[in-house]
Write a protein that binds this ligand. Structure first.
Ligand code: FES
Length: 109
């Protein structure tokens, strides 16, 4: 495990989710859900849409492109994309551990 500092808790006072691009190129969403922090891949597993442009309701994020839904606490794809009459499936999102140290959030990359 290798934890690196990614944000401060105070960054989430007005926003529930924030997008980060790490030094290794990985794109991550960090989400504050019920005062716990979760980190998932920021790109949809279907066609790589930017999930930071999606909508977050509770612990479910919806892809802005074709509507796949993911549970941000587990990365599980709970609904695949809808394209016309087709209902497809998609893979789960990658999830990353978040550790807090005072006001600092650290992510395991
Ligand atoms: S790119 Fe996200 S559902 Fe298609």
């Amino acid at each position: 495990m290798s934890f690196v500092e990614i944000a401060d808790k105070s960054d989430f006072l007005n926003e529930k989710m924030k997008y980060f691009k790490l030094d290794n190129g990985k794109e991550i969403l960090v989400i504050n859900y019920e005062d716990s922090y979760y980190a998932v891949d920021a790109r949809c597993t279907h066609m790589k849409a930017d999930l930071s442009k999606g909508s977050l309701e509770g612990k479910i994020i919806t892809c802005p492109r074709h509507g796949s839904k993911f549970d941000i606490t587990t990365g599980t794809a709970i609904q695949g994309p809808k394209m016309g009459f087709l209902k497809l499936s998609t893979k789960d999102l990658g999830v990353y551990k978040i550790e807090t140290e005072g006001d600092k959030l650290k992510i395991d990359i």
